[in-house]
Design a binder for this molecule. Structure first.
Ligand SMILES: Cc1cc2nc3c(=O)[nH]c(=O)nc-3n(C[C@H](O)[C@H](O)[C@H](O)COP(=O)(O)OP(=O)(O)OC[C@H]3O[C@@H](n4cnc5c(N)ncnc54)[C@H](O)[C@@H]3O)c2cc1C
Length: 452
């Protein structure tokens, strides 16, 4: 592949770092907008070209999530399939009652509990979660890390709305023999599955994959954007909990807890996200563009998928509830045992309920991807091959929503950079508020039309 081709196509790359793992001419770096970006400065020879294309979901035009999922799970007994959820053995909503896993987690605590169970049952030697970077002099706040004790596994709990990459941690997996379980957003689990097809060592060592549902990935500047609003300027934050449970509110009205310095004084601030600007996930502030070019909502190639049970029945419980899609037999057994021993409280769910918990996400990520692809085709731009066909057949209102979402995330990166240079939060808010207002107005007009 020529450098020029790489440059055109890399904006659709989830920049997981796996290309850097398989090809030493590629590096992955956080760019000035706080997004991981793959860098290459020489054309790739044929052999490297083939492997780089294969392990990059948006460059690999042959193997998609459905094909890999079928290979992984399709021949199992007692497996079901739904076109939206992919394969599944069982579906649940609930939480962990053992210990304080739930209170220390983002949702119901399943993401950490399942790692702990795999570890305590001697099915793995190490867990690969995303944790705080212990090197406080580094600008990178969170990274993949390997945990080898229950205490270390527990320290990896909670959602980090922060970009991460896999190259460093997978190098360790290659070097240090063992059985590992890893967690990731859909495109990352897909990358790992593709890598396993090519790399015998990784395939033999990654024993389990835990998939997150992921509305979209954020740039690292999303953190500065949150903390600046509570008075901690970009660069002055030392730690952040993006999902602080606020026990007097519904689960989706969580807060942030931030530590850092404010005018040279160390502070710790808790603030509900409802009091912060730009928190509508639909608007997609600081979204990484590649997130708009995945069609995998339910992390279809993961052994177990966990997410938030965004359903009215569960949302009123501020302590948080997980939604769970189990595809792997061994994991199903551990969960069954967790239920029968009273360590988990899980309600079996219908596939429709699981879908409804992510209905808006599915409409954006899957259904309306058709229109985003159509726009690329119309502009004559290269774009990845997806399981969704390009189409202009969505309503005028939804087209406007899609166009504005694109404008908002694109501008949020650019305007924020300028605001930081100007040291002026108000510049950011006033510039972006024009777009946000336009977006909200669209929904208001649409709601009025529906009433008439
Ligand atoms: C960027 C992002 C967007 C998300 N969007 C949605 C959404 O739209 N809908 C939805 O239902 N759920 C979404 N989630 C998942 C949700 O926030 C919870 O992480 C999930 O419900 C698990 O919660 P838990 O209580 O079961 O897990 P916990 O016990 O809190 O464990 C969380 C696990 O996730 C790992 N983790 C944290 N951040 C990352 C990361 N950036 N990349 C990989 N692993 C990570 C942790 O290391 C830990 O192992 C998103 C998560 C992320 C990271």
């Amino acid at each position: 592949m020529k450098v020029s081709e790489f440059i055109v196509k890399k904006k659709y790359s989830e920049a997981s770092g796996v290309t850097a793992l398989v090809c030493e001419d590629i590096s992955v770096e956080l760019n000035g907008y706080g997004c991981y970006e793959e860098m290459v400065d020489r054309d790739l020879d044929d052999e490297l070209d083939e492997v780089v294309r294969f392990v990059s979901p948006n460059l690999n035009g042959e193997v998609d999530e459905s094909m890999l999922a079928e290979k992984l799970f399709g021949l199992e007994d007692d497996i079901h399939h739904d076109d939206r959820l992919g394969y599944y053995r069982s579906l649940y909503a609930g939480y962990v009652v053992e210990g304080d896993y739930r209170m220390q987690a983002s949702s119901g605590g399943m993401g950490t509990w399942i790692f702990k169970e795999l570890f305590e049952n001697d099915l793995i030697d190490g867990v690969i979660p995303v944790k705080e970077n212990p090197d406080k002099s580094s600008p990178i706040m969170f990274q993949y890390d390997i945990s080898r004790s229950v205490e270390e596994i527990r320290a990896g709990a909670k959602t980090k709305y922060y970009p991460v990459e896999l190259s460093q941690v997978l190098k360790i997996v290659r070097e240090v023999e063992g059985r590992y379980a890893i967690i990731g957003i859909p495109s990352f689990i897909m990358v790992i599955r593709l890598l396993c097809e090519k790399d015998e060592i990784i395939r033999s060592r990654i024993k389990f994959t835990v998939g997150l549902i992921c509305g979209h990935q954020k740039s690292s500047k999303f953190t500065d954007f949150l903390t600046w609003q509570v008075g901690i300027k970009p660069g002055d934050v030392t730690s952040i909990d993006y999902r602080k449970k606020l026990l007097d509110r519904p689960a989706d009205k969580y807060g942030i807890e931030v530590s850092g310095t404010m005018s040279g004084v160390e502070v710790n601030v808790i603030c509900p996200i409802s009091e912060l600007f730009g928190q509508d996930w639909g608007e997609g502030y600081f979204k990484v563009e590649a997130s708009d070019f995945t069609d995998d909502v339910f992390n279809e190639t993961a052994d177990i998928t966990v997410g938030d049970a965004w359903l009215p029945k569960y949302n009123s419980d501020s302590k948080g509830t997980s939604i769970i899609i189990i595809r792997n037999k061994v994991i199903e057994k551990l969960v069954d045992h967790g239920i029968s021993s009273g360590r988990l409280v899980l309600d079996p769910l219908d596939k429709e309920d699981v879908f409804q918990s992510q209905a808006s996400h599915y409409r954006h990520t899957h259904d309306e991807l058709a229109y985003r692809l159509y726009k690329k085709d119309k502009a004559g731009e290269w774009r990845p091959k997806k399981r969704v066909e390009a189409s202009n057949e969505i309503s005028t209102m939804r087209k406007k929503v899609q166009d504005l979402r694109e404008e908002i995330y694109t501008q949020s990166h650019i305007v924020f950079k300028k605001a930081v240079e100007l040291d002026d939060w108000n510049y950011f808010e006033s510039e972006m508020d024009k777009l946000s207002e336009e977006y909200k107005q669209l929904y208001r007009v649409n709601a009025r039309r529906k009433k008439v």
